[in-house]
Design a protein around this ligand. Structure first.
Ligand SMILES: Nc1ncnc2c1ncn2[C@@H]1O[C@H](COP(=O)(O)OP(=O)(O)OP(=O)(O)O)[C@@H](O)[C@H]1O
Ligand SMILES: O=C(O)[C@@H](O)C(=O)CO
Length: 422
């Protein structure tokens, strides 16, 4: 298998978002969980998205895991590696977008890396290096209250500079509007000034097509699904990939009980859980009891076991910013997050033991914990439920999943997802 494009995603939901975008753009794509083992049989594809759980771990570990993924991808012939980060640039001053981009750029022998989280389809746009979420700057969006990486600065040149070894420049929209040659010239000029990365503006899909064409002339870039779209279009336009129709077919129905798990505390997910309360039984975990050592997971499983024969259920730990802040103040941010993720993973495992083969998970870290616990090696990409969220089918067993990034999906997401997961 020779890859046209290799991608390293810093979380599992982001990886499925990217796999969905690449597949819609005509690239035959597989999402692998972690660096694939040598004995993993993968179908013939144009692109592989290696999913890591490296967004919120120490920077040196994120760099080491990303380098392992990069070595696997390069050994399969990919000329370009895209490091997939969140469209809301989720990170802290300690990393991990800057350190991983620095490392991949150095390994590729490049002077500068193009970086853009723009994804207009989900209303993420970048202008003058400032990231907008819908109509508001990042720092005024709900991301300012993210449980793990509150985003309080909308200027990505500044954000990335604080995490990077080399200074960071800007490719502004006026340059992008002049086309890929102009972007290439600007990158070269910034590299001569000693910049190691450049935030690129983009507000429309046509800007992404320009950035994709410019990025493809280099061996590495960093961005969200929007840059993936640009790269896919450039690969097709260059004739390096013959576009495949993505028919969204995922084989036979799986059937049996279905369940949803939510660990995301994003505003979008909170609204989706509220809506689901009118549509299916919903159980809310009590984080205080869970962190105090009570068996909340066991109780939730017993609750689910009584109901899943009759229809889907939803189990959620999600809470609003005030109660998240209270739990974190008492138990610590990371300890609270990890304990809740571990409980969700245990619940997922128990649900599968009770016959669940159709599972919807909301939240990147939560999805990572669940997928790891279930030991799922790779997914094929099926129909799109909402922008950035496809149905996934495991390559090694008959199971359907949807891994939803916290902020994605419409108000009826859980029911919408299950309707596409027969
Ligand atoms: N009630 C709660 N109080 C404190 N932390 C919580 C609570 N519920 C969930 N968490 C933690 O908050 C974090 C949510 O992160 P997760 O990545 O799952 O969602 P997200 O950030 O909204 O999604 P994405 O990364 O896809 O945007 C997890 O570590 C989770 O365990
Ligand atoms: O880019 C996005 O917004 C998503 O794919 C994601 O990574 C959220 O965690």
């Amino acid at each position: 298998m020779t890859l046209a494009l290799g991608c390293i995603a810093d979380d599992y939901t982001g990886a499925s978002d990217l796999a969905n975008t690449l597949s819609k753009a005509g690239l035959r794509t597989v999402q692998a969980i972690g660096v694939p083992r040598p004995d993993l049989a993968l179908p013939e594809v144009d692109a592989v998205v290696v999913s890591l759980k490296s967004r919120s771990i120490p920077a040196d570990e994120a760099v080491a895991r990303s380098r392992e993924a990069e070595a696997w991808i390069r050994a399969r012939g990919a000329g370009h590696v895209l490091f997939k980060v969140c469209s809301t640039f989720d990170s802290t001053d300690a990393g991990n977008i800057g350190p991983v981009t620095d490392a991949l750029r150095e390994d590729a022998g490049e002077a500068i890396a193009l970086v853009t989280p723009a994804f207009p389809e989900t209303a993420r746009t970048v202008y003058m290096g400032h990231l907008f979420v819908g109509a508001v700057p990042l720092a005024e969006s709900p991301l300012k209250d993210h449980p793990l990486n509150p985003m309080r600065d909308s200027n990505l040149v500044r954000v990335l500079s604080r995490q990077s070894r080399a200074p960071v420049g800007l490719v502004d929209l006026a340059t992008v509007a002049q086309g890929a040659e102009a972007v290439g010239a600007r990158l070269a000029a910034l590299a001569r000034e000693g910049k190691g990365a450049a935030i690129a503006d983009a507000v429309l899909d046509r800007d992404l097509a320009v950035l994709g064409a410019a990025a493809l002339r280099h061996r590495v870039s960093t961005g969200a699904s929007g840059l993936g779209l640009g790269l896919a279009r450039a690969l097709v336009a260059s004739g390096r990939v013959a576009p495949a129709a993505s028919d969204g077919a995922l084989g036979e129905a799986v059937g049996g009980p279905a369940a949803c798990l939510a660990g995301s505390c994003s505003q979008a997910t909170l609204g989706q859980i509220a809506r689901a309360e009118a549509e299916m039984p919903v159980r809310r975990l009590d984080p205080e009891r869970l962190l105090a050592g009570e068996d909340e997971a066991g109780a939730a499983l017993a609750w689910a076991a009584e109901r899943i024969g009759a229809g889907p259920v939803l189990i959620a730990s999600s809470a609003g910013p005030d109660s998240v802040a209270a739990v974190q103040a008492r138990y610590g941010r990371d300890a609270a997050g990890h304990a809740i993720e571990a409980a969700m993973a245990r619940i997922a495992e128990g649900l599968v033991e009770h016959g669940v083969r159709r599972l919807v998970v909301a939240g990147g870290e939560t999805s990572g914990a669940v997928v790891d616990r279930l030991g799922l090696p790779a997914f094929r990409v099926g129909p799109e439920i909402a922008a950035g969220v496809p149905v996934l089918r495991t390559t090694d067993r008959a199971m359907l999943l949807a891994l939803k990034s916290g902020n994605f999906g419409g108000p009826g997401f859980f029911t919408d997802a299950l309707a596409l997961m027969p």
